[in-house]
Every structure is written in C-alpha cells, then in structure tokens.
Design a protein around this ligand. Structure first.
Ligand SMILES: Nc1ncnc2c1ncn2[C@@H]1O[C@H](COP(=O)(O)OP(=O)(O)OP(=O)(O)O)[C@@H](O)[C@H]1O
Ligand SMILES: [Mg+2]
Length: 503
C-alpha cells in the first residue's frame, strides 16, 4: 500500500511493529505513519489492537518487534515520560488527572518548574492560564479538577498535551462521555491543533465522527493493518466492511414485541439537589429510553431505583407491589438489574477472571458455594453468544480490550433473572458489530417479557431502539414521547430546555 514507503514528512513512522501478550498476538507487523497537521483515525473492532498500538507509541508498553521513528530518528524504548519528551502526548479520559489537585497543578505535573527545587506558584498559574486559553477553557486554574465536568477535564488533558509541546496527540475514544454539543466543541479544538501543525491520532467507534474529521483512516483487524485510506476514499459502510470483513446490514435490529402490563412504576422520586419529582413507568416487553444531557439525572434516577442511593420521597412499585429497598443486593433479589456506565468503578472486578465476573451478579442468591463447573459453562456460553474475545474465560478482565470488558458486564446481567434491566450507556466503546448484537439481545430480553430501560447520550440509538422515550433535565422528568412521535430536535429541545414553554 502507498503508505508503506511514505516516510517523507512523517512525524511518526511505525514500521513492522508487533506486540505479543501471553496467549495473544495483539499487534502483528503494523506499519503506519502520521504527518504534521494530520488527523489520522484508527478504526477496528474491539480487540483489534488500536489502544495497544497507541500504548507502544506512548511507551506504556514495549514493542516485541519493529521500530518507531519520530522525525526520521529511530527512538529507543524507555518510559512514558521519555515518549512525552519526544513529543507524544496521550489524552486519557478523566482518570489520568489527579482529581484532588488544582488545574494548575495538573498542568505542571511532569514538568514542574523547579528552580532550586521549588515549584514557583506564580508563574505556574500564569502558564496554566495561557494553556487554558489555548484550549478555550474559561476557568480559574486554582479550581480542583474533581469539580470540573468531564468535557472540561478533557480540555485540561489537552492543555496538558500542549504544555509539553506535543507534536502528536493521541485521543483514544475522546467522545465516549461527551454530549453532542461538547463533541462539536472538541472537533473545533482538534481542527485548531491541526492548523498548528499538531498530528492527531483519533480512535473512535463512532464511525460518522471518523468520516467527518479524519484526513486518513487506518483500519485494523486482528492486530493487523487492513488498509489505510485517504479522505474521499472512505465512508461509514466502507469502514464497517473493512473492520469486520463482512457487511452489517442492520445496525439497529429493532424487534417488535408485545407490550404488556406495567412492571416498574416510579412516582415522585426525589433526592434533594439531585432528583426532583421523577416519575416514569415501563412495561413488560418494552424498551424505554432515558434521554438527556450529561448531568440531567438519568444515571441518578437509575441508581435511585436500584437502591444504590437513598431517596427522600417517592414510591417504586414492581408488579404492583411497593418496594422498600435499602441496597443494590436487595434490588437484585427483587428483580432489578443495573448495568452501570462505569465499568471500572463498580462494574467489574478487574483482577478477577471473565467467568467470575460474568457470574458475580448471581452470587447474592447463591449462598456460600459457587458451582465452578456451572460457572464455566455459563461463561463459555455467553462468551460465544456475545463474541467476547479473550484467550480464555479464566483470563483476568484487566487484560481485555476496553470494549471487550464492556461485553463482560453485559454478559453478567444477562445471567440474572431481573424483571427490569437498566442499561446505562451500554454501547460505550463497543464496536459496530457488537452493538448490533447487544441491541438484538436487548430486543430478545424485552420479547421475553422483561422491561428494559436504555440510557444513552447517543440519540440515534434511542430513536432506533426504543418504544418510548422519557426526557430528563436538571434532575426532573420533563417529557415523554412514543415511538411514532420521536423527533431528534424535539428531544434535544426538551433536554436542553431551550423551549421551556413548549415543554
Ligand atoms: N495487558 C494486556 N495483557 C494481555 N493482553 C492484552 C493486554 N492489553 C491488551 N491485550 C490484548 O490485546 C488485544 C488488543 O487489545 P486493544 O486494547 O489494543 O484493543 P482495541 O482495539 O483498543 O479494542 P477496544 O475497541 O475494545 O478498545 C486484545 O486481545 C486484548 O485482550
Ligand atoms: Mg481500546
């Protein structure tokens, strides 16, 4: 392919790079380059090797084979700090910043101005201001990172990349936790970095973003480069077929199912300062969507029903019986499941095996003895069904790719007998093929007479998959519509409160 020789002008040239983990060939003979001012997207299914490739570049992992050149010079492998000095910056999602430190401190970390061993606070703040201005973030650098929104934290991350004069900025799924509006803002900023000559590696499962923003796309499959395409030579369906090696005809396999009686009825649920008089119901066989901006209270409402947080007022009825739950394990026992949006936090036990994680949700009812053989059978079945790519069901979850971890969370909840299942941003980080599979599963769970609540910040998902949508704003349920009334603009207007009168 044309880029095999394209070293001229490349800021980074990756040549014949491979990476082996025990039992997994994560990368094999990968050749790829990126030029100054280029937005180079890397696309591929879960486990294709995208993050691993970026970890080699940022020296978080050592290549098993091959070479990496920066500005035409072959670089030695040392450590992430060294990669940073060479101009490689990785924009992590929120976790990479120190939450309890101020923005200014975070921006100074790693390159502390230690004149005679002291951090010079004044100049540090000034420098922070300049950096924040470049990413157009209008906040006080003295604020603690933990008080910022996800989108703002991301901007601080990008500012941090600028602080070390990055030549290459790596963004691994930067939009996963952003609203549509925040995504537009991020894209604007990316275009600015580009015009400053910074090269950007952009990884996303949202292919319409890739088509919109990328100058070139490299598609990976099973650790290998399938093809690198120039702008104009790719669209979504071309990318999909290269990624999965086949056509996916229906991204949203909506299954019509009989809508039955109300299973869950939530009335007037209130948690001071967080939820205010929230009401909704969901029927057997129904997929109900929760739409709203980040911070609207969708997760909080799900958590309240799941008894993960206490409520001050309101009632929750399951099959006509009022519940009085005081903990998630009671909620699970009553038949309510909640697939959290935060797989790292309370979603998964990272050090435990895939099979343990899949069968974990059952444990509350299982007593002391866990049947290992049955555990393995169950895990193997789900592994096949969801195409969970792992060397073995005994592999610890931390060794799986991001999207594969998410599938394990889904598998776990499928194992419960829950009558009502909340899926909170379930497709985050999941590839196209797996998304369609997950939606199919949701459909069959509904057809099976369960009630499903789908929380998603991605409107096409809600519009295509739900029977009904409830819109939340500022902790309140502010609107509701049936499938035949779905309208993207109207949902956005309700969610953002721009047409308060109409609501
Ligand atoms: N530390 C590790 N130990 C063992 N295997 C690993 C490790 N890190 C990654 N792998 C394996 O390497 C392969 C590539 O993973 P990688 O995270 O690069 O995929 P990805 O393309 O980023 O996928 P996703 O879209 O799900 O994020 C996977 O099979 C994964 O299980
Ligand atoms: Mg990844």
């Amino acid at each position: 392919m044309e880029n095999d020789t394209g070293t001229d002008g490349a800021v980074v040239q990756i040549r014949g790079v491979s990476k082996r983990f025990p039992g997994v060939q994560a990368l094999e003979d990968v050749t790829l380059d990126i030029r100054p001012g280029e937005i180079h997207a890397v696309a591929g299914e879960n486990g294709a090797g995208k993050s691993t490739l970026m970890k080699l570049l940022s020296q978080l992992e050592r290549p098993s084979d091959g070479t990496i050149e920066i500005d035409g010079k072959r670089v030695r492998f040392r450590n992430p700090r060294y990669a940073q000095q060479l101009g490689i910056a990785m924009v992590h999602q929120e976790f990479a910043l120190a939450p309890h430190l101020t923005v200014a401190d975070n921006l100074a970390l790693g390159r502390e101005k230690t004149r005679a061993g002291l951090i010079v606070r004044g100049s540090q703040k000034q420098r922070a201001r300049e950096l924040l201005e470049r990413v157009r973030l209008d906040i006080d650098p003295g604020r603690r990172v933990e008080s910022l929104s996800v989108a703002d934290r991301q901007r601080v991350e990008i500012a941090k990349a600028l602080a070390v004069d990055a030549k290459v900025v790596i963004m691994d799924e930067p939009t996963a936790t952003l609203t549509e509006h925040e995504i537009d803002d991020l894209f604007e900023l990316i275009e600015e970095l580009k015009s400053d000559g910074i090269a950007i590696f952009y990884i996303s499962h949202r292919l319409e973003e890739v088509v919109r923003i990328a100058d070139r796309v490299t598609v990976m499959r099973d650790g290998k480069v399938v093809e690198t395409l120039d702008k104009g030579d790719f669209d979504e369906s071309r990318l999909v077929s290269l990624m999965v090696g086949r056509e996916i005809d229906n991204l949203y396999p909506k299954q019509e199912s009989e809508i039955g009686d109300v299973i869950l009825r939530v009335q007037g649920v209130t948690r001071p300062g967080i939820l205010d008089d929230c009401s909704f119901e969901v029927h057997a066989g129904e997929i109900l969507g929760f739409a709203g901006l980040i911070g609207a209270g969708r997760t909080e409402l799900a958590r309240a029903v799941f008894a993960a947080d206490p409520i001050k007022e309101g009632t929750i009825e399951l099959d006509g019986q009022e519940l009085n739950l005081s903990s998630p394990s009671e909620a699970i026992a009553a038949g309510i499941g909640y697939l959290t949006e935060d797989r790292k936090g309370d979603g998964l036990a990272m050090q435990l095996s895939v099979e343990h994680n899949i069968t974990l949700a059952r444990i509350p009812g299982a007593g002391m003895w866990i049947d290992r053989r049955r555990e393995r059978e169950v895990a193997e079945r789900r592994r096949e069904e969801l195409d969970i790519r792992t060397p073995s069901v005994r592999t610890p979850v931390e060794a799986l790719s991001g999207g594969t971890q998410q599938k394990v969370v889904v598998a776990r909840w499928l194992e419960t007998d829950a009558r009502v299942l909340f899926f909170d941003e379930p497709t985050r980080g999941i590839d196209v093929g797996a998304k369609a599979e997950l939606f199919k599963l949701m459909g069959s769970l509904a057809a099976d007479g369960r009630a499903i609540v789908l929380i998603s910040s991605y409107l096409p998902e809600l519009i295509n998959m739900c029977d009904r949508i409830v819109v939340l704003r500022d902790g309140r349920t502010v609107g509701e519509m049936n499938r035949n009334e779905f309208d993207e603009e109207r949902i956005m207007a309700l969610a953002s409160g721009v047409d308060r009168e109409a609501a």
